[in-house]
Every structure is written in C-alpha cells, then in structure tokens.
Design a protein around this ligand. Structure first.
Ligand code: PLP
Length: 632
C-alpha cells in the first residue's frame, strides 16, 4: 500500500484491509473497535444489476460518507475548543461552512445538522447560495452565523436583510466600498438593523497557487483607506454599532502556521483598531485556508500538502488573536473560520473503472524482415543502424538511445519523402524497441482508458494542476506489474491524468483482465471540495452517479441511504438548450422514412426506436413502442 502512500494522505479515514481493498473508517480512529467499510463491497452493491441485488448504477460513482463529514466537523470544533481552553481564551469558536465548496443539498444539510450542537453556520457567496443557506439554516442552531460574502447588488442585500428578519444570525460582509451605501439605504427602507462585517485586504501575502487573492493587490476586500471611509459613513448614519465582524481570507491551502500566524496577527490589529474607532466588534472571521495533505508528505513547501494538523492550526489562530488583543486591552472576539476544503474533502470518493489499456509497443522483431529493412534504408540511416547495433553489443545505454532516436528521425524523413513504405516505418520502431529492451531501458508506460471525464470530475487537475491521490481500490495485496497514465473518455487531449502525487508521471497499476476479466476500479480521494461544483459539461459528459453510505450497526456493514443515477443524455442535452423530445420526433420521422425505404424488418425498426428513445429521454423508457403500421 505504501506504493500509493495511503497511510500518509488517507489517515485516519482510509486504509488497506487484509483483503487488499481500501477500507473507509467513517469515524476515523475515534471508535473502538474501528468501524470499517470495504469500498469494493460498496461499489459492487452500487453497480451490480438490480436482479442480482445491486442498485444497477453506472460508474463513475461518487460515494459520500456522511459519518466522515461529521467526524471532520467535530474534529475541527474540538481542536478549537481545546485551543480556547488551553490558551485561557475568553471567547469561543464558532465556524461556518462556505457552501461554494460543495453545494450538494445533503452535504449542506448534514453540516447544519451535525454542527447544530456547537453553533456551526454557513457562508454564502452569491444569491442562490444565500437562498440555500437560508433554508438549510432554518433547521440549525439559532446562533449559527449566516455570513454573506461575495459581490452584492441591491437584491442580494435585500435577501440578506430578509434573512435577518427571519431571525437568522445574518452578517452582511462588505467586500466593496459601494456596498456600504446600499446596506445603509436598504436597511433603512426595510426597517431592519443589520449586522455588518467588512473584509479587509491584508498586507500578508500567501505566495502559493491559492494565494492570488491575498496581499495589497488581491482581488477582494477593502484597503485601509476604504475601511476608514466605511467606518466614517457608518458613524454618520448612526450605525457604527452594526459593524461587528472583521473578515479576511488570504487564500486556500495556507502552507504553514508561520504564515497563518502572520495573517491572523495582522487581522487582529485591524480588529483592535476598529474597536478603538468605536465599532461594535464581536467576531473575527479568519476565512478559509485550513489546508489538507493530498500527498501525505506533511510538507509546507508544496501546494498539495501542508505542514500542520488541525490542532496546530487552531492553536496558532487562538494564540495570535489573544496575543494582539491582550496587548491592546481588547475583549477577546468570537473566532469564526470558513473552512471548506478541510471539512468536505475527505467525505467523498470518486470511483471509476479502467476499461482498457494500450501500450505503444511495436511489432515483434521476429516478424520484421531485417535483411530487406536494412537494404531499403538510405546510407545515413544504414550507418545509424550499424552504430546502434554496435553500441547495443557494447552495452552503451546512452549511445544506443542516441542512435535509436537518430535512426527513427531519418526514417520518418525518408517516409515523408515517399522513399520508405509504411511496413518499413513500423519495422524501425520494432528494431529500436528491441534494442532498448535488450539494454534494459524498455519500460513502456501504458495508457489506461478510464470511464470518466477529467473536465467534469477532476477539473482542478486540468485547470490548475492540482494533484489528488488516485489508487486502485482493490488488489492492493498484489504487486502491480505495469505503470500507466489515465486517459479519459472525452475527445480532448487534455483529458488525461499524467501527474500523480509524489511527483510521479505514471501510476503503478495492475494488469486488466486478470481474474477472469473482472473490473478494475480506481478511486480518486480527497476531492469532496470544489471538484463537483466546478466540473463542466465538456463533451457533454454528465456527472457521476451518487451514493450516500452510512455505517450500520455492526462494525463491517453499511447501509446505502441515498442513490441517484448520473444525468442522462437527455439531461445534459437540455442543459445546452436542446429539446430531447423534439430530437426524438425528428429522428423518428427520419427512421420511418429511411428504414421504410430500405424495407427493414419491423422488429429492427423497433430496436432502433427503442434505442433512440432510451438515450434521448428516460421517460420514453417505459413507453411501449407502437409501430406506425401496427394495429392496436
Ligand atoms: N472563504 C472565502 C471568502 C473563500 O474565498 C474561500 C475559498 O477560497 C473559503 C472561505 C474556503 O476556503 P478553504 O476551502 O481553503 O477552506
């Protein structure tokens, strides 16, 4: 299992069990005996046909584990509770979940439910997110915050004020200076006393990929001058007491606690200044940025890892706020964080199948007519061939590679000039592969075709080179005999995964088809944040099927509490304004016209219609097809 570093990135939720499968520990290692769910059994339950006791779902599959979500939330809260207690901090921590990380209804509702015992709230960054957060929080703790971030127009602000009227603990966080005028104006008209926050543009800069939002030139937040102008405006309107929260966000995946302490310390100074200026300050909201360790290296030097754990993070934040507030004699604020990645990443696993594999392996040398091959080469190429053979006999690796390259190039040129036939061109590959293999340089990386769209399911890999752990979910007790890159089913050369954690350009993989052609399943882990929300419809590939799996009573059994197939062809076509019903009618008429002309058999026509119907709209599925000339 250490080929895939499961113990590093997977702890405490994923491990390799004695059958060589990945097991999910839904409660981490918090329960004794550890509860374990074998992921392969879950996939079988999901994908086996209905008549064989399965759910008949197609892969790819997103499997969600709400128990993992609960554990993440509780672990974050406990880390802050411990830090508050051990630092003698005189206020509490209450977090919010930024719904943009995964807006799935069940994810959001679960977080509200699991967090209601400790005032956990939600953060929204747009009007639809605000609406979903408002309705979800109706079932949560009345003290849970509803933090309204993002660019705001009058409609957004009115909605946020309605939320306040509904007794939701709403804070409108000013991201642009103009928003303060709208808030003052609309709250007067609606006769609501708002609670206002402001987002400060800190000078502290996070230099990693996710830090482009930070620093003086960052996209979001108010500069020092703007903060002072906002304070003045609120004071003039008699609303300075409404300003109660200071927010900042220096970027996701903050690599080290040193940078975190720097940012939080600077924000605590701004907070203290706002207190001095007379604002009704109560909360410091440190944004997101709590990172996770995608490659299991616990390193602060990479975008895919972080050099700290939950407890280090919480303690650093609490210490940094306390230090500044104590020096300035300011009452300790309630600490809020907007951790998204750290809460939802672990709880969902994307499962997909490798359906075929190819190598660039050329024909066997024995099938090449060497004599005639050499004869047809031009003089230069023939010299390369002789040099290559001589270097191979002497075992000179580098020289061999040099002549092999040169020979190939010359043959391609000869082919382009029309002086070499295609069989000769294939033969040169066979000769070069044979020699490379003979001197031990032959390690062909295969291409494994996986039933997945990188653009839909792992968009950050394509967009920002973000790496995720990808691992076969079974056979981990067998040594993989090949290495491969993964190529998706889209018709796009970017639709491949050829970089893996640990800086590898291929993944150790097993032979396909061993074990009587049994399927070979791979899992992409730690992708519960951002990936589902960002994924697009490139090539009109719909999203995966989704399954929710909870622990049932005994330590090794599980229950599927929700299962939904991925979007049909008709669903994705509709997303691009096509009308599947009309498309079906058009194609049906065409079939009637042409299949009639060809004098097809009636049952062939039925098969064609049924296949169009089932692809274009699920609702045609159960509709008995009536052949146009049949009587009924
Ligand atoms: N809050 C704000 C304002 C953000 O922009 C983000 C994401 O970048 C988050 C919270 C969530 O950050 P993370 O996923 O690093 O916890």
């Amino acid at each position: 299992s250490d080929l895939y570093r499961v113990d590093g990135w997977g702890a405490p939720y994923f491990t390799v069990n004695s059958s060589g499968d990945i097991s999910v520990l839904p409660h981490g290692t918090d329960t004794l005996p550890h509860q374990e769910i074998d992921l392969l059994k879950v996939v079988k339950k999901a994908s086996d046909p209905i008549n064989a006791g399965g759910l008949g779902l197609q892969l790819p599959l997103v499997v969600r584990f709400p128990d993992v979500l609960k554990n993440r939330l509780e672990s974050l809260q406990s880390a802050f509770d411990y830090a508050v207690q051990s630092e003698g901090y005189e206020a509490h921590y209450q977090g919010v979940y930024p719904v943009k990380c995964n807006q799935d209804r069940f994810v959001v509702e679960d977080i509200v439910k699991f967090g209601s015992g400790f005032r956990f709230g939600l953060e929204a960054g747009s009007k639809p997110e605000l609406l979903l957060a408002m309705s979800s929080l109706c079932k949560g703790s009345s003290e849970g915050l509803l933090v309204c971030n993002g660019f705001k127009d009058a409609e957004y602000i009115s909605l946020a004020l309605v939320a306040r009227k509904l007794q939701l603990n709403t804070v409108i966080v000013l991201e642009q200076e103009e928003e303060v005028d709208l808030v003052i104006d609309i709250s007067h008209r609606m006769a609501v006393r708002p609670v206002i926050g402001l987002r400060a543009k800190l000078r502290t800069k996070h230099s990693g990929h996710f830090g482009s939002t930070s620093g003086e030139k960052g996209k979001f937040g108010l500069t020092t001058t703007q903060i002072l102008r906002v304070v003045r405006k609120l004071e003039e309107s008699g609303m300075l007491d409404c300003l109660q929260l200071l927010h900042f966000h220096i970027g996701s995946q903050i690599p080290s606690t040193a940078l975190l302490a720097d940012g939080v310390g600077e924000a605590a100074q701004v907070y203290s200044e706002l207190v001095r200026l007379g604002a009704g300050m109560k909360f410091i909201d440190i944004g997101g940025g709590l990172g996770i360790d995608y490659d299991g290296t616990k390193s602060s030097d990479s975008d895919v890892s972080v050099g700290y754990g939950l407890q280090d993070y919480a303690s650093t934040v609490v210490q940094a706020v306390r230090f500044v507030c104590d020096r300035k004699n300011v009452k300790h604020p309630v600490i809020c964080s907007e951790s998204g990645r750290a809460i939802v990443s672990h709880h969902s696993v994307l499962i997909f199948e490798a359906v075929s594999s190819t190598t660039t392996r050329s024909q066997e040398l024995s099938s090449v007519g060497l004599q005639s091959f050499v004869e047809k080469l031009n003089d230069d190429a023939r010299a390369d061939y002789r040099n290559l053979s001589a270097a191979a006999i002497r075992g000179e690796y580098d020289t061999c590679m040099l002549y092999a390259d040169q020979l190939k190039q010359r043959c391609v040129e000869q082919f382009k000039d029309g002086n070499l036939d295609i069989e000769q061109l294939a033969a040169v590959d066979a000769v070069c592969d044979f020699v490379s293999k003979a001197i031990g340089a032959f390690d062909p990386v295969r291409t494994y075709h996986v039933n997945l769209s990188v653009f839909t399911s792992i968009p950050d890999f394509w967009a920002i080179d973000q790496l995720f752990p990808i691992v076969p979910i079974h056979k981990l007790d067998e040594r993989p005999s090949a290495r491969g890159i993964l190529s998706d089913l889209t018709c796009d050369s970017d639709g491949k995964i050829d970089k893996f954690i640990g800086g590898e350009s291929s993944l150790p993989l097993h032979e396909l088809g061993s074990g009587n052609g049994a399927p070979y399943y791979l899992g992409m882990f730690l992708g519960g944040a951002y990936e589902e929300a960002l994924g697009g419809l490139h090539n009109l590939f719909g999203g995966p099927s989704v399954l929710r799996v909870s622990q049932s009573d005994s330590p090794h059994s599980f229950a599927v509490t929700y299962a939904v197939p991925g979007p049909s062809c008709a669903d994705v076509l509709r997303a691009m304004q096509h009308e599947p019903e009309l498309m079906f009618e058009t194609l049906k008429h065409r079939a009637e016209e042409f299949m009639h002309k060809e004098e097809e058999k009636e049952e062939d026509k039925e098969v064609a219609f049924a296949s169009l119907a089932s692809s274009l709209n699920q609702s045609f599925h159960n509709m008995p097809y009536l052949a146009p000339h049949s009587s009924c």
